[in-house]
Every structure is written in structure tokens, then in C-alpha cells.
Write a protein of this length. Sequence first.
Lengths: 362, 300
Amino acid sequence: MKPIVTFARWGNYTIAFKTLFDQLGLEVIPPELTNPQTIAEGVKVSPEMYCFPLKVTLGNVIPSLRKGANTVFMVQNIGGSCRQRYYGVVQEKVIKEAGYDINFLDFRATPKDIYSTIKKISGVSTWQILKAARFFFKKLNLIEKLEKIAQFYRPREIEKGITDRILSESFSEIEKVDKEKDFSKIKKEILKRFSQVQIEKNKKLPKIALIGEIYTVCDPTINYNIESKLGREEIEVHREMDITYHLKKLIFPWKDWIIQRKINPYLRSTVGGHGRDAIYEMLNYIKKDFDGIIHLLPFGCMPEVTVRPILQKIHQKSGIPFLSLSLDEQVAEAGINTRLEAFVDVVRNYHQRRKRSEASAA
Amino acid sequence: MTIGIPRALIYWKQPHFWEDFFEELGFKVLLSPPTNKEIVEMGVTASDPETCFAEKVFFGHLLWLDGKCDYIFTPRLKTNKEKLEYCPKFFALPDLSKMLVKTPILTETFDARKEKFEKTLGRFGRKLNKTPRETEEAAKVAFLKEKELKEKEKEDFLKEMEMKERKIVLVSHPYNLYDDYVNLGVKEKLEKLGAQSIFIDEVPIDEIRSSKSKIRNEGYPEFHWEFGKEIMEKIDRILNYGITGALEISSFQCGCDAVLKEFVEKKFKENKVPFLYLLIDEQTGEAGIQTRLEAFMDTI
């Protein structure tokens, strides 16, 4: 059986993952873009009580299985004690029960395990794997960089909606590049295009930070495009979570030690997933004078639900506006919009009040 | 000095052990009463709406104890003797408890990956101003009592298995099985319907198999949760005895059970044992459970 690969979708980073498999000489059918149909399809087959990302990723994978893919990649153990560890086993069981004959590759997120899985499935030389990995990181870095630029540009742009347009154009261009030597030229072009966007650079805007579970924070199709929604309301959005952040934490454990030291007054243990990081980030953003915190999580996410009372406590102590949004298949976009609008008003008031008190102090 | 112990969640992981331990050390122990409506309501209002029902009940017990004793004992259980993890929600219990009640929380981290249980107990004893010797003695007595209880349980189990009535296995966590208010008295209800219920907790496991055996587990992944491994092994064992039906009880929003249920259900289905899955939370009605149990009993 010749492997035709598909994998779990993850926001804009899916492009980089597709390149990785392409470069290894594997045939790839990329996962379907997340939309209400794919979510419904995933929900239909997955266990009812399981957390939302499992259902979403299943919904992304199943359409590509119908198109002929026969190998599914799933990484396990992203954050320690949480349910993500069992995504592989449960998804394999569920897909096989749905009648697909597939090869399910469930591997741990350690460099050694990743390397051996890739080596086994593709059969290419180590040199080629390294080359593919280098190209993958180049693309990933550019995607993450563009996301950060867009967060800054959106609220300041003069022609409304131009940033999002250029961003999606750039992503499709990045997706098309399949030779590493063409990449630097495309990169230059994209960055140049962004630099030509007219913005009001010195505008002082209220700032909101997104914290919480990494998948919901990073994937715009899951969190109802929260970044660009807030951007259009002239609010600068920040987030620390992305793949690089996560990979760095996997490779360098001392980041965890620093986090634990900072949050000791609130929580003295790990709770799995990125539970500790949420507290650390919130404290950090308060120190950096942010005007609001949005906490995103899949409904019933074990680590994030556990730390939420602590986040609320910090919110009460510091007075910073705080909104926690649990996402699942039953959440409607209209509901999210209403809550966001109300929250934006609170944030603006908070920002104004602080500006006034600063002015009177001076 | 009085030490309060909430009779919920982690208490049922080692029932009676902590009472015996503290009493032997010369403290007065105040155990919160069996779960009742008032306690559940207190817990539900105080805790995060999305957390599991079992944890809400725990916070209810905690609030009941608040102000009635000098310390409330809430250990941080991380890993058990076999170096398998407890539910991640247990990890943050002392921290969340501290935010909820005014009574100081007495806590100690039990992580067998780093340190043996007995050694941690010794350190904990020093915190309570007891000499290592005193702690050791107290622990010995408590362990002995625990062992006696286990022996008795085993005898009872063998006696029960000899009875002729239809046998239903209840699969769940100890904090759902032993708390009659939480599970709406499933045991009693089943008895009235003419079936005998066996708690999965009571099933003894072979000592040889439990101690890091290399036997490949069939049909389920290697769990890093202590209850996962334990429950699956016990199911394997009980299937040899010939049972008429199986019932799984989960508290609503229990993340671990979402994983476990898949494999428990598969196991029973493969062995052609009728299986019923019940979800419990603060809104579960008696009548609903009764109807479902009756229907289930009719099918077998």
C-alpha cells in the first residue's frame, strides 16, 4: 500500500505541515478546511464527552480519507497529563469503526520518535529529512511572523480589510512554493507588500491578550476569527501561544521551571496541558499594562477549567477585564459576537479611564 | 486540634486511612457528613460550572467544614505506588481549596515518582510536630486497618460471587460508587429489581499481575492514569466469573471517563455483556434513572 498522507488541521500552520510531507516525497491530501459541515461530521462519529479539538480534527481528516488518503498522522502527549495523549488511540478506533481501512501513525512529540516515524513511512535519507525540516521551519517562521504583523496592522490600517486580504493572499502564495530556493524571493515580496500598507503608526490603542488552550487560541477557524474581529474594532491583539512557543517548551524544560516559580502563589503544581502557562501569561500581560484578557478553551478542557477559578481570582484582584469563552459544537457565532461586543466596550472604558488617571497623575 | 476531612473525591481513594492516621497521632478528626442536597448545592454554586460533578461535590464538603475545624486536610495526590498519575484535577485541589475557604488547608504532595509514600508521610508528620517514630507507628496502625478492610472486602466478594442472583457490575470511580447520594442509590435500586450489584472496586486483582506485569493488555492502550489500568484489569478479571450485565457511571464532564468509556464499552461488547452508561450530575432526576434501570433489567 502506497502511503497517501493526511493529518490533523491546525490553523494557518497546516500549510507548513503539508510542505513537510511534500518534501519527504509523500503524497498528501491536506485536511479539509474547518467549517460547520466538517465539525458536524466529526461530532457524529466521536465520543460525546470528549473534548472539542478531537471532534474537529476528526471532521477534518474524514473527508480526505474519502478522497483516498490511507495514512493519518497524529502526535500525542502535547502537554502532559491531559486527554490529548489518547487522541491517537481514540481516533484510530473511531475511524476504523466507521469503516475506513487506514494506517494510523501515533507518535510521541520527542525528536527521536518523530524522526523514526517519518523515516519508516517515507524511507528517505536522513539528509532529505533534515532538508524538509529546515524548509518546514522556514515556512512556519514566516507564517507566525505574518500573523504577528497582522495583529499590529489590522487596528491601524487606513483602508479597512486590506490586512486580512493581503494575509490570505500571502498564505496561498506560501502554500504554492515547493522549492526551497524560491522561498526567500517570495518572502521578500510578501514582506514588501505588508510594508506598503498605509497605517497610522503612532495610534495608541487598547490591547487585548489571548490566553488559554493552544489549539483554540491559534486556529482562527475554531475561534471564529477572533483576532480579526477584535482588530476591526480597533483593538490590538496579542498572543504568546504558537507552534514555536510550544516546540521551545518541549526542547528546553527550564521555561517550565521559570513559569512554576512565577505562579507559585497561585498554583504549586502542574495540571497538564498549558494550564500553568495561562496563569503565567495573564500575570505577565497585567504587568505589561494590557487592557483585557480573553481566555479561550474547548468546553470542558481539563487543565484550563482547573485553572479558571485562579484566573478569575487574578482578575478580581487586579481589576483587568476578563472574558472566558468555552468553544464547542453547540456554540453559535452570534452568541460569541454579542459577548465580544460587550467585552470590547468594557475594555475601551477601562482603557479610557486609565488614560485619564494617568494624565491627571502627570 | 481538630482536622477536617471532606468525605468526597480523594477521601474515597483511601477510605478510613487518613482518619486512622490522624487519630492515632492524637488529633481530633471531623469528617464531613455523607453527601446531601445542601452540600451539593453549596458546591455547585461555589465551583466553576464546567468542572466535573465529583469536584463540585468535593467543594461542597469543603465549604461545610469551613469554620468547623482548625485545619482542613486536602492532600495533593500526584502518583500512586505504581507510579501512575491521578486525575490532573486532583493536582490543583489544595490551591483551589485555599481560595474557597478561610480555614487553613493542611496539605502535602504525594508523588511516588519522586519519593516513597512512607517517606512523604514522615515529612508530613514533622509538619504536624510529631517525631518520625510517632508518625511511623500511626502509619503502621492505619495501614494495618486498611489491610484488614481489604481482606474483609475480598471475603465478601467471594461470598457474593457464590450467590445465585443475577449479578451486575458497576464500573466507576470509588467516589461515585460509595457515595449513595451522588449515584442516587443505584445499588439499592438494583437490589429492588432483583439484581445484585458488584462494585468494580471490590474485585481483587492478582498480586502478580498488578506489580508491573509485562502481560500485553488486550484492546486498550497503556493508561498513564492509575484508575484506567486498575479498572481495565479488574474488568478482565470479573469477566471470568460470569456476570449478567454491566453498568458504567460517570460524573458529567469527567474528562478521564470520556477516554475510559470507549474501552470499557468495547470490552463488554466483545464479551457480549449488556452494557448501560449512566451520566450523573446535579440535575439528574431519580425517576429518569429508575426508568433506565428498569428498561435495562428487562433486556437481560
